[in-house]
Structure formats: C-alpha cells, structure tokens
Design a protein around this ligand. Structure first.
Ligand SMILES: [Mg+2]
Length: 372
C-alpha cells in the first residue's frame, strides 16, 4: 500500500467559552484552527491526521504541502516507524521542534489511521488495547478568564456537568482561590500557566498557590525546556509539576524525565511527532513512574488519536491512570459529534470503527473550510 496523495484542509470553527477572546502567538484566537491532513493510499483507503496549528496554520500547511507531501508520496504507507525516522532525519535542518514536527505528526496520525483500517480494527485495539475500550476519564480545561467570579461560575458549571477534575489557565492567586472555594476540598484542581514566570517568580507563586492544594502546576517557567529549573522548583515547592505540550520527540522527553522535572508528562499527539513518538514517550514515562497526561485541547483527528492511545494504556480508568484534556468551550460544529462530549461523569466514549474509530463529518468540512 503506497501513499498516493496528501491533501491539507484548513478549518476554522467558532467557539464560545463564555469569556474574553483568548490569544495565542501574540494574536487573538477567535476560532478553533484544525489543520486536517488527508492521506490517500493507492488502494483508495483514506487516513486522517491533524497538525497542531493554533494561529500558525498557514505555516504548518505550507510545511505539509510543499516540503513533506512531495517526499512521502509514492512511499510505503505501512512502513511507518522507518518512514517517520527518515523524515525526522531528512528534515532536521528545518528545526527539530515546532512546525516541522507538527507537520510530521499529522502524517504519522494519518498513517496509523490507515494501518488500523487495513487491520479492520480501531487503533487502540491495534496498539494492544482491550476489545471493549474503557470510558476515558477527562478533565475540564477552562480557558483564560482573568476574572475570579467568572472562574467560579465556570468551575461550578463544569462540576455540574459531571467533570471530576478541573484545570484553569490562570496566573493570579485570586482566580485560583475562587476556583478552590467553588469546588470545595478534595476535587483535583490543576493550574496551567503557559510559561509566564522567571524561576524566582515561579518560586514565589508556587508558595502563594500552595494553600489551594493544586493537583499539578503546569508550565510555570519560561523557557519550558529549562528542565533543571523545573526539577528544582518541583523539589523545593513540593507541588507536582506538569509539562510537555511544547516538547517534540521522545528525545526531548527523555531529557525532561532524566532531569526529574515533572510528575506528569504531557505529550501532545499533534505536536510530539504523532502516535509513533507518543508511544515512545509513554514507555519512557512508565519506566520512571511518571504519569502521562496527554495535551489534547483540540477536536479533530488528534482528539480521536488521543482517545485511542488512552484506550490502549493499561491504567486508564484506574486510580493513578491517565486523563484526557477536554477544552471547556462550546463549538459551533464538530467533526465527530458523538465523541467530543462526555457521556457520564466526565468520561468519554472511544469510537470503535476501524482506524481512528470515526470519520470526520463531510458537511462540517465543507462549511468550515477556510482558504483555498
Ligand atoms: Mg497546557
């Protein structure tokens, strides 16, 4: 089975999280960007991938279209590990982290979709998961509000919907205090800061946030790859740290884990190098007693790939097991309407069709396509 063609399909789907418009990359971010990558094999089978592309979709798309697609077209679609190794090596001079690997992540996810379709089973099963996948525990990942009252309101809303754990994207004590007060004690509260602080600022903030019993503190310092400083902070503060959404490839995770930087590793399947690299990170983390908590604030094939990966992890659904991250926002439309909302207790169904388990809705692709 050879790769016959590769197409990119950029989507922008409006969403509403009930607060001020978020910003990424220095610009407002008013719609969810999903860069679909469609890989067609010479037998007509189609695999779907997704590349991370918040506010960088044109660059990632160009990387796939102009640089990766011409190299993979005509290659054996089933020889995934060797092909991905070759692509990483051939393209290392364009940057080992960031847009190059985002593009390769999408190709890898699409090839695994094709492989599981060829095997006639869902990807989680192909990866060694059970015939009947478990429901996947999820946490509500609230976007930025910068308003304690609004944070408290959204926390209560998410808990009422059944989510067993909450994550904030906030950097100030009043919002964290408001969330804890709204939740009461005993409900896991995570705080994602997105790399705002110097090491000294992070030490001070960790001390101020200590009374709120954080389940984890995420990406507290800039730059995120300063693993030695993260390790010191985790040790000194006694607060478990989470990091990894900005790490690409298993090699960067090896450095993070060897430094003892985190209690929770957060590979992102659309950024780390796809299913292939994600699985390597899983093995590294398991060998060090670190829990994988996937970064998954997206709703395209990357979301389904994350559910399938979680379905194949032995502790999913058990105490100490992994959770999926569900961006707490309402989308105007979704590619997979049956699988993006929790069914009970903040838990998600894993689609059981062949490949990623479900096909993207062609009407949504038609209606929310942007650009050419
Ligand atoms: Mg994060």
């Amino acid at each position: 089975m050879k790769i016959a063609r590769v197409d990119t399909i950029p989507l922008a789907i409006p969403h509403d999280h009930g607060g001020p418009a978020p910003a990424w990359g220095g610009r407002a971010w008013s719609a969810l960007n999903i860069l679909l990558v469609r890989v067609e094999a010479d037998d007509g089978t189609v695999g779907w991938g997704e590349a991370f592309s918040y506010n960088c979709m044109p660059a990632v798309r160009a990387m796939v279209d102009a640089t990766v697609a011409p190299v993979v077209t005509g290659r054996d679609a089933t020889d995934i590990a060797a092909l991905m190794r070759e692509l990483q090596q051939a393209m290392h001079l364009f940057g080992r982290y960031g847009i190059t690997i985002f593009a390769l992540s999408a190709i890898d996810i699409a090839l695994w979709d094709l492989a599981a379709k060829r095997a006639g089973m869902p990807l989680g099963r192909l990866l060694g998961g059970p015939a009947t996948p478990p429901l996947i525990p999820g946490y509500a990942s609230l976007l930025k509000y910068r308003d304690p009252e609004l944070v408290a309101e959204k926390v209560r809303e998410a808990l009422d919907e059944g989510y067993p754990a909450i994550k904030l994207h906030e950097t100030e004590e009043p919002e964290v205090a408001a969330a804890r007060a709204a939740m009461g004690e005993g409900v896991p509260l995570c705080v994602d800061t997105n790399c705002p602080w110097t090491p000294a600022e992070a030490r001070e903030m960790a001390a101020r946030l200590a009374p709120y019993d954080l389940h984890w503190l995420e990406e507290p310092i800039f730059p995120p790859e300063d693993f030695d400083t993260l390790a010191h902070l985790q040790h000194e503060s006694g607060i478990d740290l989470a990091c990894g959404e900005n790490a690409c490839t298993a090699f960067e995770f090896r450095n993070m884990l060897d430094a003892g930087a985190v209690r929770y590793a957060q590979p992102s399947v659309t950024k780390v190098g796809g299913v292939t690299e994600f699985r390597k990170v899983e093995a590294l983390a398991e060998a060090r007693g670190v829990t994988v908590m996937p970064h998954s604030p997206y709703f395209g094939p990357g979301w389904l790939a994350t559910l399938q990966l979680l379905a194949a992890m032995p502790l999913t659904g058990r105490p100490g097991g992994s959770w999926t991250e569900r961006f707490y926002t309402r989308l105007e439309a979704t590619l997979y309407p049956d699988f993006v909302s929790p069914v009970e207790g903040g838990r998600f169904r894993v689609p059981t069709g062949p490949g990623l388990g479900a096909e993207p809705d062609p009407d949504v692709i038609r209606d929310y396509r942007v650009g050419d």
